[in-house]
Design a protein around this ligand. Sequence first.
Ligand SMILES: [Zn+2]
Length: 618
Amino acid sequence: MSRGLSLWLRPQPSRCRLSRGQLNSTIPGVRGVVSRACADAEALESHMDKPPQPRPSDGPAQPGDRPVGAVARRMLIIGLDGATFDVLDPLMAEGRMPRLQAAIASGVSGILRSTIPPITPAAWTTFLTGKQPGSHGIIDFERYDVHTNKLRFNSTRCLDHVRSLWQILGDAGLKVGSVNVPMTYPPVPVNGFLVSGFETPGPDCDFVYPPELKSEILERWPDPTLRAKWRRRTFGGNALFERNIAYISRSFHQGAEMTVWLGDRFGWDVLMVVFKLLDNLQHKTWRYLDPRWSDRHPARRDMAKRGFGEADKAIGVLLDYARANDATVLMVSDHGHGSLEGKVQPNLLLKQWGYLSLRGRGAQKATRGRHLWDRLRGRTKRFKRVGDIEHDLAVDFSKTRVCVMHAGMAGFLYINLEGRQPTGIVRQADYEALRDELRDRFLGQECHVRDPDGNGVQLFTEVHKPEELYGCSRKDQPWMPDLLLVPHESLAVVRKIRGRRAVRWLPYRRLEGTHRPDGILVASGPGVRQASPSPVENRCHSLRAHIVDCAPTILAGLGLRIPDDMEGRVIREIFERPPVVETEAAQVAAATSQGGEAYSEADLERVTQRLSDLGYLE
Ligand SMILES: [Zn+2]
């Protein structure tokens, strides 16, 4: 399993790493060719009872008319949430994913590094903006408001200050289709269509653009938002396991069908779908996929592997569709995946070290009792009101200097600072010294433990100050933690405190999967270089890129200039003939939402429970 390269993602000295002024190039014979998908769609649109919203631009630009000269006419992007070659390579070697294997063999593949932390909303937002979390501000599903001591849930309403790839493409006259891409709820207008991602509370919400398309989608696909949880029952056995796999498999086929149907109907220059439940499949079946344990339960191992086979069939449908439309294909994952073997409790350490005080035993029991009661009634009240930050841990903030306020793939640590939090007790003058002291302690000998097999484990491998990691200031991003605690790769971080040990190792029956920084990148089709052939067993997946590189690569490949505030590079080595890279002054983002909260209290309950099921929220 791959291990993090902490220095790899240090902020670059200059925010933009694009070069200018290279030779212009266009695809021979492209100029003036009307795309078949667009032409078909326009014919279809003329026959529709309810035509979609008018496009903000005059119509799709022709590739030859694009400002820089395209090496790809159009692009179809398949998001494989959480995909890793650690899993895919053995499956391809067994012949279970022939379509993916053929795409890799005909093009190029490599490792796509995720954001720090490697969590779905942060990583897909980086994909969609070409910016690191220090610029877009999304570092987790939720955010802690230091001024009100309240947790809030992230949505597109938090992204008004950045232009997304969809907006940039639409403004250039290209037609965009986006299906189930995370962090697109509530939908904002695009030049094309959009079905929002798994953070959509349910089909009763407005999850489609243009909005009048919703009823037709629901007629064809009553469950378009993929909201079912992994079902558990004490005596569910293999039959229930198989039903869970079948639900996930259906989601892949549904994603592919919906993408093709909408693509045909509207036309497209850039079309993207994310198979979000591939991540769920790995979270829930990791112990049947990991070669260390997979032989213990061969029946479930085979069922889990069949789930990937179904994903491969859906990928095949999209590859065929791309070929029929002469589209270049990118397959990307937002992060990788690996084993989850324990949960580390930084708030317990902070309590033991004297930085954090809990309220009395009575208050602890009352808090836990209320939390349990809410859960039994199917509620969490996580974001309900000020003070519910204590939903699972009754902290005495009048005596607490430091606390991890939310956690999951990382710990988000905040200092209880005078003049900032309503309960602040740490003097501003002591802030920096306290941060340094905490960083040393979390990286020091006190956090070195033995796992159940007797191996030494450093609980936290990296501790970052956000301004050093992301190059942002608190003024720009008031949501950033004071320290970001990155756990050992096999551990998740929890906010609550249970027991007296800093890490709770999981028994075999509770082993699941968790995220790793290294995801995948595959490119194939027109304009893509073919890597030298190698057998799947020895495939080296030679590309090395970062998820922040995707947006500038897509723009350059399509012959568009790249806004100079994008932070990635063009992955030129994907292409047979490297695209011209030109930048332009970034436009100021125009607010696309109405601001305010995207979710009602009831919506938050639904989304919180879905995310709790995956261990993202406690
Ligand atoms: Zn993900």
